[in-house]
Design a protein around this ligand. Structure first.
Ligand code: AMP
Ligand code: MN
Ligand code: MN
Ligand code: MN
Length: 300
């Protein structure tokens, strides 16, 4: 796998400690600016918690933060991640989707812990909550808690034995469909993107299906994508009128292959994505052109 075009200017996929990243939003913004990027999207899993801090840090750093989110969705057992870009973090559709995911994740974690306890592993919710940052509980948190309580020697072992799809304490998530995620992103004014292209589950047939469900773009730039997949994704986007997005999917040093700045889309790709933004119900009046081109008055 090679690095992306070094002239890339926008990293549109990265995680802070508001989900499963290791760093505060300010660190990511600083790194993006140091790498010479003009835009960084904060796309935490199922939370918009880090966006405000990132935006205020960005004002000082002289770069632009794109408010984003990443939803894990599924078609049957296939996991498909949808990134929303330029979402209004205060939009009700996003808030509702986030709240339902958080509730469901909490119940699921309790069920995984019950299975672990039944297998003789002594671990409690307090052990998991110690490693959860500010976001929802995910399997990596449970895996880390299993390491820290000494139940397994290594993070990977937690997945191999217990938490992976074939692990003995695995509990699937409720099916939040790609179409539901795309709708929430659109309702919040955003651009819906297939995260990490064909990595992590989706086959080409799934990409074609969700393209029909309103997807706006695909990530064709990502540290885990090989040359063949990247080429296919770019061809698919061109043939189907979709945009190209991508980024480092950074979670912190050692957790991700890509560094911020190494995987970025070009200015041309960025401008194309921006034209795909939807109107959100709560968009500020000055960003909404009227039919006659005259700006509506505020407060009306
Ligand atoms: P969850 O959303 O709670 O199901 O957790 C999904 C996350 O767990 C993924 O985004 C990966 O970061 C991580 N993960 C899933 N499978 C594995 C695995 N076999 N080894 C390590 N991490 C994994
Ligand atoms: Mn993650
Ligand atoms: Mn993902
Ligand atoms: Mn991600």
């Amino acid at each position: 796998m090679e690095m992306n075009d070094p002239r890339g200017v926008a990293d549109l996929h990265a995680h802070t400690w508001y989900s499963d990243g290791k760093h505060p939003p300010q660190d990511l913004v600083r790194m993006a600016a140091a790498a010479g990027l003009t835009h960084l999207a904060v796309t935490d899993h199922e939370t918009v918690g880090g966006i405000a801090e990132a935006m205020s840090a960005a004002a000082d750093a002289g770069i632009e933060v794109v408010p984003g989110i990443e939803f894990a969705t599924r078609i049957k057992t296939i996991e498909i991640h949808v990134v929303g870009l330029w979402i209004d973090p205060e939009n009700d559709a996003i808030a509702e989707a986030v709240a339902s995911v958080h509730d469901e994740r909490r119940v699921r974690a309790e069920r995984m812990l019950a299975k672990l306890n039944a297998l003789g592993v002594r671990i409690g919710m307090e052990d998991v909550l110690r490693v959860v940052g500010k976001g929802a509980i995910s399997r990596p948190h449970v895996a880390q808690a299993l390491v820290e309580t000494g139940a397994v020697a290594k993070f990977e072992e937690a997945f191999a034995r217990y938490l992976g799809r074939h692990g003995s304490a695995y509990v699937p998530r409720r099916n939040f469909s790609p179409a539901e995620a795309i709708k929430a992103v659109h309702d919040a004014g955003g651009v819906a993107v297939l995260a990490h292209g064909l990595i992590g589950g989706p086959g080409r047939e799934h990409v074609a299906r969700i393209a029909k469900e309103g997807l706006d773009a695909v990530e064709a730039v990502h540290p885990k994508l090989g040359d063949a997949d990247r080429a296919w994704l770019r061809g698919f986007a061109r043939k189907n009128g979709l945009g190209i997005s991508g980024g480092s999917d950074w979670h912190g040093a050692g957790w991700s292959e890509g560094e911020i700045g190494d995987y970025a889309i070009t200015g041309e790709e960025l401008r194309d994505l921006e034209t795909r933004r939807k109107r959100s119900g709560k968009e500020t009046p000055e960003r909404l052109p009227t039919d006659n081109g005259i700006e509506p008055r505020r407060g009306g």
